[in-house]
Design a protein around this ligand. Structure first.
Ligand code: NAD
Length: 249
């Protein structure tokens, strides 16, 4: 494992699911981890379980994102790692999707990423060091899935944002990358229903859904000092789901 001793890390959406998996792996690698989530009850429980700190945040509020970063810097002295992981994925067919459905997904997934990354950069720039890792998805940037056009657009948008943002701080010791999970068994994924889970499990070459920690390990690498020459990139963690099968297979 990479050594994250003395590193201060925030994981948004860390109360459960992939964020919890990321928090666990970073904590085990030695980082001081602050779980930031809108779900106060679950966030406190998870923080207690993992030995992390918890801070309430609603990433749809720019002021709240800035307030979170300010509080962390005030309490812990600085910020080294931001894992911008919060995301929602309710399904809606394009024929029935409302403007509210669209805005709900984009506000949290895309605008929330912008708010968190912008605020984190303000704290990282004076130290000329930082690691930012955004949780995108294979859905949108690479694959599609019916009823997730708003979600897919937000996840592809995160990558466009990430690449330009990475260039803006490449000469300041700050890297910005993304992980692209395939199907990872979390409460959010389980909410898609048994039929979806079965269909996905069958379509993954490894024939099993991923675990939240599987994403945590990829994030831990990108969060390490050793990953200093990698920026504006993505790592797919999907059990081989996006690989095209040869006709003979
Ligand atoms: P999840 O629903 O299990 O957990 C999401 C967390 O985000 C929850 O703790 C929730 O309280 C928090 N949250 C929601 N709205 C918030 C807000 N406004 N402010 C702060 N916190 C908020 O989801 P998950 O499956 O763990 O997904 C996490 C990320 O991974 C998302 O960005 C998702 O798009 C991405 N992803 C997940 C999968 C998967 O298979 N689970 C696949 C690809 C990408």
């Amino acid at each position: 494992m990479f050594n994250l001793n003395q590193q201060i890390a925030i994981v948004t959406g860390g109360a459960k699911g992939i964020g919890k998996g990321i928090a666990k792996v970073l904590k085990n690698a030695g980082a001081t981890v602050i779980i930031a989530d809108i779900d106060e009850k679950q966030g406190e429980l998870t923080a207690q379980e993992l030995g992390c700190a918890f801070k309430y945040v609603d990433v749809t509020s720019q002021a709240a994102c800035q307030g979170l970063i300010d509080e962390v810097v005030q309490t812990f002295g600085r910020l080294d790692i931001l894992c911008s992981n919060t995301g929602v994925f309710p399904q809606a067919s394009l024929s029935e999707m409302t403007e509210q459905d669209w805005d709900f997904v984009h506000h949290i997934n895309l605008k929330g990423t912008f708010f968190m990354v912008q605020a984190a950069l303000k704290a990282m720039r004076p130290h000329e060091y930082g690691r930012i890792i955004i949780t995108s998805s294979i859905t949108g940037p690479i694959t599609g899935y019916p009823n997730w056009s708003h979600y897919g657009a937000s996840k592809a948008g995160q990558l466009g944002f990430m690449r330009s943002a990475a260039l803006e701080c490449a000469n300041q010791g700050i890297t910005i990358n993304a992980v692209m999970p395939g199907n990872i068994l979390t409460e959010g994924l389980a909410a898609q229903g048994e039929e979806y889970l079965g269909q996905m499990t069958r379509s993954i070459p490894t024939k099993k859904l991923g675990k939240p920690e599987d994403i945590g390990y990829a994030v831990c690498f990108l969060a390490s000092k050793e990953a200093s020459f990698i920026t504006g990139q993505t790592i797919v963690v999907d059990g081989g789901q996006i690989l095209p099968e040869s006709p003979e297979a």
